[in-house]
Ligand binder design. Structure first.
Ligand code: PLP
Length: 381
């Protein structure tokens, strides 16, 4: 039996920067400022420089990073937020938290990202329905690929909507060398350990060029603080990032650009070998993805059999996402664009994600590719 293959090998990255991580954690233990210590401001400064954003606010999770701007804008019941159904639950969850209504939009069959005609239809239908007031669009950078921000921004401007980039998977992805903050009012990301830029626990961040919005989110992050933390001017929450996580992220951010390049080398080899036998997620023109996941489509009748065959051969896979949100118990009563979301339903049956991380060597990658090709060849058409 060959060495088991990791779906995401966080250990390889840890071993590479172990000394620097240990030293960074030790510095926090020494100074003892576990909450809002000096690494927080330093990490926020570095992340602003990385993203070319005016302001960065670190926070406790990617979910909080989505909730804070909605809270700051005063989102409330009777208001609609448009988002894809083919995403992780947090995207829509934060909308429902605030009593507002997520309106589910379909995705593009090739890129898996928000489908612009479906978004336009959803906005028009919501306006025609007269019950909900359109307010915000949340676009998701699925599997690491920036959404079609120029087109989405144009629609937001046409209808007077705010735009959040849910970059939990695609933070660092570029479209014609620009990150999503060029188009979005707010970029929200997650540092959950398995995300392309992850910490060693929960964490998140919000970027914006809107100084007034940043100031309100800064207050909301610490219980709605005013002049100081015992002067509360609004209802907030506890959404701070731990200092230790910021210290770890400073070390991880230093190698992040090289890791994005490495992920793109892995993806390019996968595309070349698997393009002829399966349908990999397509990238739109001008995209550099962060490849949070490398995902192929195979006919639904073969997908689960392929996953089992790969498991037999020691190749782990995952299905993101087996059920779109509009099919889930907690979300199925919310409105959907048009008469349903056929592409989201189709993709849920066909997608399969393969091992992907920056330290996937070519020998292991070839083993994975051979396993996919031989398993598919052995299946009835
Ligand atoms: C991971 C993820 C989130 C939530 O991030 P957490 O840090 O786990 O709260 C939100 N949206 C998307 C698309 C994600 O993949």
């Amino acid at each position: 039996m060959e060495k088991p293959i990791a779906f995401i090998d966080l250990g390889a990255q840890r071993d590479l920067i172990r000394d620097r991580i240990d030293a960074a954690i030790a510095r926090v233990l020494d100074h003892g400022a576990f909450i809002m210590g000096p690494e927080i401001a330093e990490f926020e400064r570095q992340l602003s420089a990385f993203g070319g954003a005016q302001h960065t606010l670190s926070c406790a999770s990617g979910t909080d990073a989505l909730a804070l701007p909605l809270m700051a804008w005063g989102l409330r019941p009777g208001e609609a937020v448009f988002c894809p159904s083919f995403t992780f639950a947090a995207t829509a969850e934060v909308v429902a938290w605030l009593g507002a209504t997520p309106v589910f939009v379909d995705v593009d069959e090739a890129t898996f990202n928000l489908d612009v005609p479906s978004l336009k239809a959803a906005i028009e239908e919501t306006l025609a329905g007269g019950k909900l007031v359109p307010k915000v669009v949340i676009a998701v950078d699925l599997f690491g690929q920036a959404a079609d921000y120029p087109a989405i921004r144009a629609l937001c401007d046409e209808y007077g909507l705010k735009l959040i980039s849910d970059a939990a998977q695609g933070f660092g992805s570029t479209l014609h060398a620009k990150m999503s903050n060029v188009w979005a009012d707010v970029v929200a990301t997650s540092f959950f350990p398995a995300k392309p830029l992850g910490c060693y626990g929960d964490g998140g961040a919000i970027q914006t060029d809107d100084g007034a919005l940043h100031a309100v989110m800064d207050s909301l992050r610490i219980h709605g603080k005013g002049e100081d933390r015992y002067d509360n001017v609004r209802i907030g929450m506890n959404a701070r990032m731990d200092t230790i996580q910021a210290a770890i992220l400073i070390e991880k951010l230093a190698i992040f650009p090289a890791e994005i390049e490495a992920r793109n080398r892995v993806a390019a080899r996968y595309n070349e070998a698997l393009g002829p036998v399966a349908t990999p997620q397509a990238l739109a023109d001008g995209i550099v993805s962060t490849w949070a996941q490398y995902t192929i489509r195979v006919p639904a009748a073969r997908r689960d059999a392929l996953a089992s065959a790969l498991k037999e051969k020691g190749v782990p896979t995952a299905i993101y996402y087996p059920k779109p949100l509009h099919r889930q118990t907690a979300y199925k009563h919310f409105p959907v664009a048009g008469n349903g979301l056929p592409v989201s339903d189709l993709l849920a049956g066909e997608v399969l994600s393969l091992p992907m991380h920056p330290y996937l060597d070519e020998t292991t990658q070839d083993r994975i590719v051979d396993a996919v090709v031989s398993s598919l060849a052995g299946m009835p058409a």
